[in-house]
Design a protein around this ligand. Sequence first.
Ligand SMILES: [Zn+2]
Ligand SMILES: [Zn+2]
Length: 335
Amino acid sequence: MSIPDKQYGFFYTKADGLKLKEDLPVGKPGPGQLLLKVDAVGLCHSDLHIIYEGLDCGDNYVMGHEIAGSVAALGPETVGFKIGERVACVGPNGCGICRECRAGLDNVCKNAFLDWFGLGYNGGYEQYLLVKRPRNLVRIPDNVTSDQAAAITDAVLTPYHAVKLAGINPTSNVLIIGAGGLGINGIQIAKAFGAKITVLDKKEEARKIVKELGVSVYESLPSDVQPGSFDVCLDFVVVQPTFDLCQKYTKPKGIIIPVGLGAPKVSFDLGDLALREINILGSFWGTSNDLEEAFELVSKGLVTPKVAKAPLKELPTYIKKLKNNEYEGRVVFNP
Ligand SMILES: [Zn+2]
Ligand SMILES: [Zn+2]
C-alpha cells in the first residue's frame, strides 16, 4: 500500500468552524505508534454541538470521533498489530498508565481530557489517522462491517456503557426517552439485558422503528403509568422537560442517566431527590473493554445498528440534514 504525504480532511478551528482542506499532512508513526487508513467514520449530534453551539472540545483538529479503519503502517517498536488488520478507535483515547486506566476506567482518564479522537485530538474526517496510543484500538469481528463498526464506537458504545452503569437486568423496568441515533441502540441493548422497556419519542418515524423491535413506545406516557414506576430512566434527549419526567417517574432509589446533551444545564427537584434517594449518574462514552463487549453484542446479532453511508466529501450536506432532523439512525462516511 503506498501512503501519500498529503490528504484531504475536515479540519476544525474555533475561528473558522469545520472546513475541507486538501493538503493536510499524513502523519508518520513514531515509536509505538501506528497509522490507520480510515475506512468509515460516523457523524454524531456532538459534532453539531461543537459546530453550531460552541461546545468546547479544543481547537485545531480534524473532527470525526466514530472511527473504523485498517492498519496502514507501524512505527518502530509498535507491537500487537498487523498491517491490514481492521480496528476501531476507543474515542476517549486513555493514556493507559494512570490509576483510572489501570482500573479499566479509561473513559474517564484525566490525562486524555480533550485528547479524544475527533474531539481535541485528530479524528476520522480524513483519510489517514495517526494513532499515538494503539492500546485504544479494538479489533473488529469478521462479521461486523467497518461501517457498522464506526457507528458502534459511539452510537452503541455510549448506550451500552450507560446500561451497564445502571445495572439493568431482567427484573428492571426501564424508561427510555429518545429513539434517535443512540437511543435506538440503547433500546436493543436494554432488551438484550432482559429489561422491561417503555420508550418515549415525539417523532412518528422513530416510534415506527421502535415498534418493529417489539417494544412499547408512546408519544407521551399513558395515564395508567404511575409516577415512581421505573427502576431506571435513560434520557437520550436531556432538556428540562425530559429530565423532569425522569425524576417524576423514577422509583425511590432509582437511577436516572442523562445520556443526551440536549441542554447545557438542567436542574433537579432537590427535596424529591433527597426524600426518595434518587440517583443521577453521569455516563461518558465507554471504556475499551465496553467497546469489545459492544462488538460482541453486534457480532451475536443482539444489537443491529442501522447505518447508511455516503462519501466523506458530502459531509457538509449531512451535517445540515442532521441539524434539520432530516434522517434517523447513523450515517457513516467513507473517505
Ligand atoms: Zn458522538
Ligand atoms: Zn489514563
